[in-house]
Write a protein that binds this ligand. Structure first.
Ligand code: SF4
Ligand code: SF4
Length: 81
């Protein structure tokens, strides 16, 4: 099966500062119940969120067979896999 690389935020490192949401030029990041989640369909890979994130939480990429939605990501206590 084809593997995709999905850009995500790490729930165990995120301090919910919202810097990534403010930095994203295409509004791909939204807070869902306090979890800052990236919409894979909108993200264009500019990496501005990674540059602004103070903890490294935004610098995470996971291999998936299909993208997790923001709703799904908001349920995570830690990254899958
Ligand atoms: S990589 Fe760029 S487009 Fe994607 S979520 Fe981060 S700031 Fe937004
Ligand atoms: S910038 Fe980093 S620590 Fe702040 S909300 Fe985004 S992912 Fe979490």
């Amino acid at each position: 099966m084809r593997k995709l690389l999905q850009h995500v935020t790490d729930p165990e490192l995120c301090i919910q500062c919202s810097a990534c949401e403010m930095a994203c030029p295409v509004k791909a990041i939204k807070a869902f119940f306090g979890r800052y989640c990236i919409d894979a369909e909108i993200c264009d890979g500019c990496n501005k969120c990674i540059e602004e994130c103070p903890t490294g939480a935004a610098d995470r990429f996971i291999e998936v067979s299909e993208y997790y939605s923001q709703d799904q990501q908001s349920q995570w206590q830690k990254l899958p896999g």
